[in-house]
Design a protein around this ligand. Structure first.
Ligand code: SF4
Length: 397
């Protein structure tokens, strides 16, 4: 009697929207070393702030839900304890802040006062941003929130069609920072921003209801330039695709139909010198959609006249708020386009992986292409053939 053999186990490759797809788009080779290898980045400062601000906003929401603390929150009494909890959580994961950006619990600054949060000298950038994020947006955001950190997953057909493909499908997943239920008639400054967006208004007019689901995402970065071609920076498009894909996953999983996404670029509330230098360029070359009009003539003038050696300029609250919120109206056509583009990313990753499995050298299998700033902070720049920022190693004769 012939014994039947066990069928080969079936594996569906799983891709995270931010951890894999957006990370691959930053640089294929860096993604390979960091995500597919076991090498964590050696100086994860950017990673620390992103994780910190997400943690602070989530914890602040839980606190508000619990005790409805009136806004504005006092930094030392209401916000600092939250920062400490998040700092400790991140330390457990090996993530530490830059000392001059944050009063970390390991190096307590006993003389710290609320004045240390002076946003113009940037001594404690992370705390200053946390305070602004909660007090500028929290009062209007928290009452709209339905749930936070929502995991969503879906399956798509595998776009890689080679005979050696690993599976007929791939899994895609993501974590939505906040899902909110918005009533477009509410008196709320976030709702006002939504209603000022013409494309959003058209979409809700078509549906004809008052309440809609909106996806919210926090980014610990400045607002990227909108003119992708002129700036050579595609982050603006990638963020839109991320929201559109979340929306598709949401429809698949819960049959909900979010009508818009909101991204909060939280660095805009307290920009660093590096951020402000980039904002200056975006305004000068008209690459940005926010803050570049008559209404902000004074802010633009102050920024134009500012040089990096001098004190940070004082910018109007409206300028900072306008630049820190981005509305992304959602429709089916845009979703289909975003999914198609992410399919191409998955196809490229799969094709590189399979090349490597078949014996191709890592640097030949993965595309190494990144912006100069990415190469500058990359741990692999010393041996990457395509680094735009190679540190020269001189041989001693
Ligand atoms: S040095 Fe630049 S091109 Fe090379 S892996 Fe790093 S980010 Fe990519």
């Amino acid at each position: 009697m012939k014994l039947s053999s066990r069928s080969k186990s079936y594996m569906i490759p799983e891709y995270s929207l931010t951890g894999d797809l957006l990370s691959y788009l930053t640089c294929g080779l860096q993604y390979r070393y960091q995500n597919k290898g076991t090498l964590p980045p050696s100086m994860p400062i950017q990673l620390w702030f992103g994780e910190f601000i997400h943690g602070v906003m989530e914890e602040a929401y839980l606190k508000w839900e619990n005790d409805h603390t009136e806004f504005p929150w006092d930094w030392k009494r209401d916000i600092r304890p939250i920062e400490d909890i998040i700092d400790l959580r991140l330390q457990v994961r090996g993530l530490y802040p830059r000392e001059d950006h944050f009063f970390t619990i390991n190096h307590p600054d006993l003389n710290m006062t609320i004045d240390d949060l002076n946003e113009y000298d940037h001594k404690k950038l992370a705390s200053a941003r946390a305070e602004k994020a909660i007090n500028v947006w929290g009062s209007d955001l928290f009452p709209m929130m339905e749930s936070a950190e929502v995991l969503i997953k879906g399956l798509r057909e595998m776009p890689y069609t080679g005979t050696d493909k690993r599976s007929n499908y791939y899994g895609i997943n993501g974590v939505i920072d906040v899902l909110s239920l918005v009533n477009i008639k509410d008196d709320n400054k976030i709702v006002r921003y939504l209603n000022e967006n013409e494309e959003f208004r058209k979409i809700v007019e078509e549906y004809g209801e008052d309440e809609y689901e909106v996806i919210i995402d926090y980014k610990g970065m400045k607002r990227p330039p909108m003119e992708v071609e002129a700036s050579g920076n595609e982050t603006w498009d990638y963020h839109e695709r991320q929201i559109l894909t979340y929306s598709w996953l949401r429809q698949k999983q819960e049959s909900k139909k979010p009508v818009a996404g909101i991204i909060f670029y939280l660095n805009e509330l307290v920009p660093s010198k590096e951020d402000l230098m980039m904002i200056k360029d975006d305004l000068h070359y008209h690459l940005t959609d926010a803050g570049d009009d008559e209404e902000f003539a004074k802010d633009i003038e102050v920024i134009e006249n500012w040089d990096e050696g001098s004190e940070m300029p004082k910018l109007s609250e409206k300028f900072k708020m306008d630049r820190s919120i981005r509305i992304i109206p959602i429709n089916d056509e845009k979703i289909a386009d975003a999914l198609e583009k992410f399919d191409v990313v998955v196809e490229n990753i799969e094709s590189s992986l399979i090349k490597e499995i078949n014996g191709c050298k890592i640097q030949d299998a993965w595309k190494a292409e990144a912006e100069e700033r990415t190469c500058e902070a990359c741990d692999f720049k010393t041996f990457c053939k395509n680094s735009k920022n190679k540190t020269k190693i001189f041989k001693i004769p």
